[in-house]
Design a protein around this ligand. Structure first.
Ligand code: HEC
Length: 155
């Protein structure tokens, strides 16, 4: 009996710790395998003065492709990734140049201040780029609040 009591106490502590973790937004890590996910679309913005300058592709975590196609609300853990490359324009033959940055959004309902998504940018080596993601990412994406903050559409 004493033993069982001890285990219950331990379980109680673990449960309480779990509850605390669940309430705080997770930490975004670099999604190493994203290039094997579903490639949804590409876009080139060749104007260097544009905030989204670059040759970029949108990747979706495979399990969440249906939501991307329907434009609905994403399930926990869904991820959308956009690598930005230099625009390599050789007399009208346009291809992707060097990788500049990888932008990521990951569904985490506890990230309430940023629409239930974690946001982040990583450099070409997968290192986190320090920035204010609320002002630098989320605020612009609020234009698509009715599509769960996602701009791109299945074409
Ligand atoms: C000036 C507005 C603006 C800012 C700032 C911005 N984005 Fe976006 N983002 C867009 C647009 C527009 C698209 C759609 C691009 C396309 O269709 O190829 C997009 C696409 C994306 C996508 C693919 C899913 C989607 O919404 O289409 C991700 C992921 C993403 N952005 C993450 C970020 C992150 C992370 C940051 C901050 C580091 C950021 N964005 C900053 C406008 C913005």
């Amino acid at each position: 009996m004493r033993r069982a009591g001890k285990w219950l106490a331990v379980a109680g502590v673990l449960f309480a710790a779990g509850a605390v973790t669940a309430a705080a937004p997770g930490v975004l890590s670099f999604p190493k395998d994203y290039r094997s996910w579903v490639h949804a679309k590409s876009m080139v913005i060749s104007d260097k003065a544009h905030a989204l300058y670059g040759f970029h592709h949108v990747y979706v975590s495979p399990k969440h492709l249906k939501t991307f196609q329907s434009g609905g609300q994403y399930a926990e853990g869904a991820e959308l990734v956009v690598p930005f490359y230099e625009v390599d324009d050789k007399a009208g033959t346009i291809s992707q140049g060097a990788l500049k940055m990888v932008a990521v959004m990951k569904k985490d309902k506890s990230a309430k201040a940023t629409g239930g998504w974690l946001w982040g940018a990583f450099d070409a080596n997968g290192k986190t780029m320090e920035m204010d993601v609320k002002a630098g990412c989320y605020d612009c994406h609020t234009a698509k609040k009715d599509r769960d903050f996602v701009f791109s559409e299945w074409q």
